[in-house]
Design a protein around this ligand. Structure first.
Ligand SMILES: Cc1cc2nc3c(=O)[nH]c(=O)nc-3n(C[C@H](O)[C@H](O)[C@H](O)COP(=O)(O)OP(=O)(O)OC[C@H]3O[C@@H](n4cnc5c(N)ncnc54)[C@H](O)[C@@H]3O)c2cc1C
Length: 387
């Protein structure tokens, strides 16, 4: 038992592990090979009540925070990183919905999420602003109480499969967007005026269905989350910490699984000509130790970030910013070293290690990217504004 975890969180982890063992792990290779969106994973997590991790307890959810999100995505990420990414983005979307939910939004979105019947996700990224996800150009027009949303999002995890999409927008008048006034709107999947681009074919995270969406839709005013212009609050209090913990957990899961795969191979591999085991080679012993140290250091930082964030510790910010960058670097380097230790068996087409290495590389591309996070961590440590 990890000293960070409450008995409730221990129980949630055991439940998640059971879902992983019974449903998610057996189909992980298929998800990667076929670029299959893991409907089975999301359904099983829903049946176990885990889609409501961030939904309020009063609705039957778990009301959990950052530590739990990092811990559960780690468990799923060890088996199937695409499933962890899909689940993580659902949880981030749920946290955004829950942050300032009206009675209508509670009834329409949070209640079915808590009951395991609704998948949501986050649509922030756009071609025009790239890694600067906090600068959307998708326009929000007030049409006498109703809202007109116009724009194109890219790389939406769970794209085409979620039941709702939390979309970032900027207030517009006429054809002009009015700088800076950013708001989030929730769009139902069946809203008229949503047009999906081609299916996702990624280098890694092949099951996450990260697709582009053209939006020209009119939705009721009750779909606005919070008040118009709640930008800074949503971005830095909800989206960023929850997103970073979901991703840190996922990449930590990859790093841990790649280490175990390598350790297992080293223990079992023995040469026919002299009976020597790879485990007897000093260079390999040293390399394995370095991989283990990297994983454990990263795990400690991810746990610390989650615990401090949940406790609203005044020094939490640099931990939260740094832990996703660190977990991404650890996942890439440990998966890379695992490929070296496992030799040709790992380099063959679509080995588990090859999949881990491809999946881990998404960490350096997904915003906030590693470079941006290191910059923001430095600014946070110096007491400077992040942007
Ligand atoms: C698998 C996957 C899943 C995703 N899921 C989602 C999702 O669910 N929702 C969502 O909204 N988005 C999602 N994204 C989008 C993602 O978060 C990024 O916003 C997107 O990948 C940016 O891509 P780009 O090619 O436009 O980057 P660009 O802006 O063109 O940047 C390219 C590279 O330049 C570098 N760079 C750019 N600016 C700076 C800077 N100031 N300092 C240092 N380096 C810099 C970075 O290394 C970056 O990787 C996903 C992306 C991937 C790959």
């Amino acid at each position: 038992m990890d000293h960070f975890f409450s008995p409730t969180l221990d129980e949630l982890q055991r439940l998640t592990q059971r879902v992983v063992d019974e449903t998610i792990a057996p189909r992980a290779a298929e998800v990667d090979e076929q670029g299959l969106w893991p409907a089975h994973s999301m359904a099983a997590l829903g049946e176990a009540g885990l889609l409501g991790l961030q939904a309020p307890r009063s609705l039957g959810g778990h009301g959990q925070g950052l530590l739990a999100l990092g811990a559960l995505t780690e468990i799923i990420g060890r088996a199937c990183p695409s499933s962890a990414l899909c689940y993580g983005m659902h949880c981030v979307g749920t946290a955004v919905l829950a942050a300032k939910a009206t009675p209508y939004q509670t009834e329409t979105y949070l209640k079915p999420i808590a009951q395991g019947r609704h998948i949501t996700t986050l649509a922030l990224s756009e071609r025009g602003s790239g890694v600067h996800f906090y600068l959307p150009a998708t326009a929000l027009h007030d049409e006498g109480g109703a809202l007109r949303v116009r724009g194109t999002k890219q790389f939406i995890t769970n794209g085409g499969h979620a039941d709702s999409y939390v979309v970032s927008t900027v207030t517009a008048q006429g054809s002009e967007t009015v700088g800076g006034d950013f708001s989030c709107v929730v769009l139902d999947a069946r809203t008229e005026g949503l047009e999906w681009d081609e299916p996702w074919r990624g280098f890694g995270m092949r099951g996450n269905s990260s697709r582009a969406l053209r939006i020209d839709a009119r939705v009721p005013g009750q779909n606005l989350l919070g008040s118009q212009g709640d930008q800074a609050w949503y971005l830095f209090e909800v989206v960023t910490p929850y997103f970073l913990m979901a991703m840190a957990g996922t990449y930590l899961g990859i790093a841990g699984a790649a280490f175990e795969e390598a350790a297992g191979h080293v223990r079992g591999r023995r040469y026919a000509h002299n009976g020597e085991s790879l485990a007897d080679v000093e260079t390999i012993q040293t390399r394995l130790a370095a991989m283990w140290i990297a994983v454990e250091k990263t795990r400690a930082m991810v746990r610390e970030a989650g615990a401090r964030g949940d406790a609203a510790n005044p020094d939490a910010l640099p931990y939260i910013l740094a832990c996703k960058a660190d977990a991404g670097d650890t996942a890439v380097s440990v998966a890379n070293d695992a490929m070296t230790l496992c030799g040709g068996m790992a380099y063959r087409d679509n080995s588990r290690i090859a999949q881990f290495l491809r999946d881990a590389r998404a960490s350096h591309v997904m915003s906030p990217t590693t470079d941006l996070l290191q910059l923001w961590t430095g600014r946070a440590l110096l007491g400077l504004p992040l942007l």
